[in-house]
Design a protein around this ligand. Structure first.
Ligand SMILES: C[S@@+](CC[C@H](N)C(=O)[O-])C[C@H]1O[C@@H](n2cnc3c(N)ncnc32)[C@H](O)[C@@H]1O
Length: 510
């Protein structure tokens, strides 16, 4: 198989595009209020694969663990179900074969710490968390287990906690500005330009801590109307409360394995009772005691909280498009029919598109995490899992042996020195919904060109967006992918409809 491709004058290999430092197309820059950004080094034609990354850590979605192999992520073949091996210790992970089980033993060391932790998690804590948070916990347990068997320090602060004042949380609380100003952006100066470890990823813990510094009730500026600052301040306070709760669950799971002779699960937060259970808290209520709880966190707790914040801001959902030829059977059909009829027969024909994205797992990609968000992004991600050889004749040339590798592909021509953006959210939401989603979860107010132009020329902006998207109203496929470099034909990655011509010019929107 050839991994080479051509762009009129240049010839690059998969090896070149997997590298950021010597990548022919892209470079990393730091921009105020955005942190690290990916920029084009030169003009990039639409439909070019500019970057490819493999996951640092990945987990099968908790919901589909009975359908997907924990090692190779292949959906279980119906003809091969008798070979499925369930981990005898935790009963929580499944392998498609003895080979994958053995691989897991050597590579991810599931049978050492992770297995024990997952087992306890499933017994004691799993049902206290949302589906998303459960997956994040599983991802973090995997990262911690790996860290321990690689004999690397469990330090996720950057700079290391030893160079921070005694109690990092209380000093953060004391140092921050107490005025009612917008929270300033995370300091990325301490992070390397290119992440090599999870601690090199951005997190927003300092903003969360700064936000609770001034936890006195603030009066809305306009009567009857909650001002924006107060609204997000409340959201972030409640978020921090949930994050602390989740981080203490993780702490309780791992502490015995990490600190020998540790006096078991010390409970120093108001959220977890002496049985290790979370207090049932109404998270819509304004937390009253959050400041005090933060001050009681130990350095170890803060470390886990920091890791959690990093993963939450940077993890990727692994979506696949539910094609039988790709995956044998679409996951949702198997699980739905199994639930309803007690078997896994399906009525759909082979290769019939399901028009649905399925979330089959979550993963951390260190370098891919450098891509910022845009609501009309000029790039998209393509998970190897989704590549159907009949549909993406061009892109299949870049397949690697890791089905979870993600390629970044340009959707439009990108001029030199432009920021390369992907999306973090579904793009078919209204402007105010996108703004809220991004500001609540990633702590930035989106001011991308789509958001900007929507205010002055909503009709034109919507037309440009619709012209670039799948025309099938029943399809959730989103922005069309050029079928090959420079092509004016775009393919919908879900329903596979090809539309032409793709709009040539996007005016001021790039
Ligand atoms: C996955 S990281 C992206 C890389 C990040 N800029 C860095 O330096 O590591 C996500 C974070 O980047 C920032 N970010 C992403 N897109 C942004 C945008 N359009 N405007 C401002 N900040 C953005 C936010 O802080 C967000 O939480």
């Amino acid at each position: 198989m050839s991994y080479e491709y051509f762009d009129n004058s240049d010839r690059f290999t998969l090896y070149d595009i997997q590298d950021i430092e010597y990548n022919p197309w892209i470079e990393v820059k730091t921009i105020a209020n955005k942190g690290r950004c990916i920029y084009s080094k030169k003009f990039i034609p639409k439909g070019t694969i500019i970057f490819k990354d493999i996951p640092h850590s990945a987990i099968v979605d908790n919901q589909y663990k009975k359908n997907i192999c924990n090692t190779c992520f292949k959906l279980f073949l119906e003809s091969n179900r008798h070979n499925i091996i369930t981990c005898p210790s935790c009963g929580e992970v499944n392998y498609c074969s003895e080979y994958c089980k053995q691989f897991s033993k050597i590579d991810t060391r599931h049978f050492e710490l992770e297995c024990k932790w997952i087992h306890e998690f499933s017994i004691s804590y799993k049902y206290q968390l949302s589906e998303d948070d459960r997956n994040i916990v599983l991802l973090i347990l995997k990262i911690l287990a790996r860290r321990i068997y690689e004999k690397k320090p469990l330090v996720f602060h950057n700079p290391p906690i030893s160079s921070l004042p005694d109690n990092a949380a209380s000093s953060a609380l004391n140092e921050t500005n107490s005025s009612n100003e917008e929270i300033s952006f995370s300091n990325v100066e301490n992070l390397p330009m290119i992440p090599n470890e999870v601690q090199d990823l951005i997190d927003h813990l300092d903003e969360y801590l700064a936000n609770i510094k001034n936890s006195n009730e603030q009066e809305p500026k306009e009567q009857g109307k909650e001002n924006e600052l107060l609204k997000y301040s409340k959201i972030w306070k409640n978020d921090l409360k949930k994050l602390i709760n989740t981080s203490l669950i993780i702490r309780n799971l791992v502490i015995d394995s990490i600190e020998e002779g540790h006096p078991n699960k010390i409970i120093n937060s108001g959220f977890i009772d002496s049985e290790g259970d979370s207090e049932m808290t109404d998270f819509n209520e304004e937390p009253k005691d959050i400041k005090e709880i933060v001050e009681r966190l130990t350095d170890f707790d803060l470390n886990i909280l920091r890791l959690l914040c990093k993963i939450r801001s940077n993890y990727f959902g692994l979506w696949h498009t539910g094609y039988k030829s790709n995956l044998n059977k679409p996951i949702f059909e198997i699980t739905e029919t199994m639930k309803e009829e007690g078997n896994n027969e399906t009525t759909k024909k082979d290769d019939e598109p399901t028009n649905q994205y399925m979330w089959c797992g979550s993963a951390v990609y260190l370098k891919l995490s450098l891509f910022n968000h845009g609501c009309f992004p000029n790039c998209t991600t393509l998970l190897e899992y989704n590549i159907n050889h009949n549909d993406y004749s061009y892109y299949q040339g870049f397949e690697s042996d890791n089905r979870l590798s993600i390629s970044i592909i340009t959707l439009r021509d990108v001029p030199q020195n432009s920021e390369l953006l992907i999306t973090y959210i579904p793009l078919n939401q209204k402007g105010h919904e996108r703004y809220h989603n991004l500001k609540s979860n990633w702590m930035f107010p989106c001011d991308c060109l789509r958001c900007f132009h929507e205010k002055t020329n909503p009709e034109l902006t919507e037309k440009i967006f619709n012209d670039s998207s799948c025309k099938n109203s029943k399809c959730s496929g989103g922005l069309l992918l050029p079928i090959e470099p420079n092509s004016n034909e775009g393919i919908c990655r879900v329903c596979k409809t090809i539309s032409a011509p793709l709009p040539q010019s996007f005016g001021p929107l790039i």
